[in-house]
Structure formats: structure tokens, C-alpha cells
Design a protein around this ligand. Sequence first.
Ligand code: ATR
Length: 295
Amino acid sequence: MCDPVILFNRRRELAGAVNEKVTIDRYGVMGYPVSHSRSPVIHRLFALQTGQEIRYELLQVAPEKLDTAIRQFQRTGGKGLNITVPHKHAVAKLVDQSSERASTAGAVNTIIFRGSELYGDNTDGIGLLRDLNVNLGVNLEYANILILGAGGATRGIVGPLLEMQPASLRIANRTPEKAQKLVDRFESLGPVTACGFDDVPASEPYDLIINATSAGLHGGTPPYPEAAVTENTFCYDLSYGLSPTPFSTWARDHGAAKSVMGWGMLVEQAAESFHLWRGVRPDTAPVLKQMNINA
Ligand code: ATR
């Protein structure tokens, strides 16, 4: 006959198993606007590939509601967030702690919820470098690089690009003062200069031009510096779309050697975020292939 104490404990275990709710860890991307984001698709593919059970949501949040929305997501079972336009800089000030790369950038694209604390990181730079170096075979050492734009996206990539020891890195922006602020922040790391779009010297051909403005999101084509493009210039748009972005069309029209949209960076930075959250690194090659991008 079964011991009554063992029987009682067994009944309690069974009751517990019935009552226990299966909760799925929640993640998401917060931006404004955010409907264009392909992050949910990418994270779903990563989850399938690695056998991780997660939910990943699109979260459109206006700047004035950002703090409340992040805390609410955390309270309702959120485990982590991606942060996109235009919140990366604001979130760097909201988090309780951040990684060195996020602090240097002054921009956060990944939040990890640690108990009640918000930990901020930035995977944009490593994502861009992996795409340029590994996927596209672009050599950055001794390269002359021009970045268009001086917002949150630029903040995330200047430090990692300077680590690759380019010959020069110029930041050109519609508002030159904002580009100069970034130079003040990063000049101890390498040869970085600032100017307005009109002031990019015609005598300086670039090996790599990166569009980090958000102008394309609103369908616009600002007066990008035409003289900077030669038949040897590799043009990279941090924005991406199913049809060519305004910048990638502009680059092709001005005779760039190659014009690529930022799908690869998107997938690579997402893989780094996924690794931070789940401790598993997805293989990006099949995901890039599955999305049939920059083909
Ligand atoms: P992100 O996080 O994508 O960098 P952001 O911090 O809002 O977003 O920065 C947007 C960048 O795109 C800025 O460099 C902005 O230029 P300003 O600093 O002059 O505002 C640039 N940008 C946005 N719309 C633009 C447009 N129509 N023409 C030129 N630059 C534009």
C-alpha cells in the first residue's frame, strides 16, 4: 500500500501541474513609426531555427509615452525589447545600466529586463560590421568613409567603424551642429570630422558611403553630396525596403560600384540581440537567404 504522505505530495504535484500557466516570454520592437519593421519575421525565424518559444511584437509608441510603455511591457511579462527610430538616444537615458558600447554610442537598440532593472545594449555596430565584413567582403581598414546623418543610428556605428582603423570618417548632416557634437564625442577614438551636406569636399572620393538618415522613411531624398560617389564607391543604406530605397536608387543613379540596403545589418543586429536575450546564437545565413534580400 502507498504511503499516505507520498500520496498526498503526489496529489499536490499533480494539482500544481494543472494550475501552472504556460507563459511564453515576450519580446518586441518599439518605434514611431514601426509598421515597416521586419524584426518580428526575423525573430520568428530565429526562434524556429533554435527551438526557442518566444512571442515578438510590433509596438508603436510615441516619444512622450516611451517610459510608461517600456515599464508596462516589463510588468506584463516582457523579457526584452528592441528600440528603433526615433527612441534610441532617449532610451540610453532611461535605462538603469548599459554596456560599454551603448554608453559610448549614447544610444540603445536592445533592452534586457533584469528583475526590475533595465539593461541597455547596442548591437547596431556589430551588426553593420558583420554584414560589411563577413557577408559583403568590404574591407574597412584604410578606407575613406562618409556617413550621412547624425542621429541615433549614426551614434551606434561610429565607434565600431573607427575600431576598424579607417583612413578617415566624415559625418555629414542636414544640421551640421549635430554632426559636430558626434565628432566631439568620438574624436578620441579615431580620425572623424563633421560638415553639412553642401560642404562635403568634391575632391574627396569615398570608398564607403553609409546613409544613416531617416529621410527615406518619409519617402524623401535630401540633397546628398553627389561628388562623393565614384565608380569605386560602395553605398550602404541602413534603411531597407522591398523595393529600392530612395538612397539606394540615388547611389545607383550616381554610378556607385555597388548599392546595398541594410537587410544584412538588420538580421545581424537581431541575431546579436537574440543571443543576449536567449543565450543562443542563431545562424544568420539561412535567414538572409530565406528573406531573399539584396539578391
Ligand atoms: P535614427 O535613430 O534613425 O538615427 P534620429 O535620431 O531621429 O533617427 O535621426 C534622424 C537623422 O536623419 C538625423 O541625422 C536627421 O537630420 P537632422 O539632424 O538634421 O534632423 C536626418 N534626417 C531626417 N529626415 C531628413 C531629411 N528629410 N533630410 C535630411 N536629413 C534628414
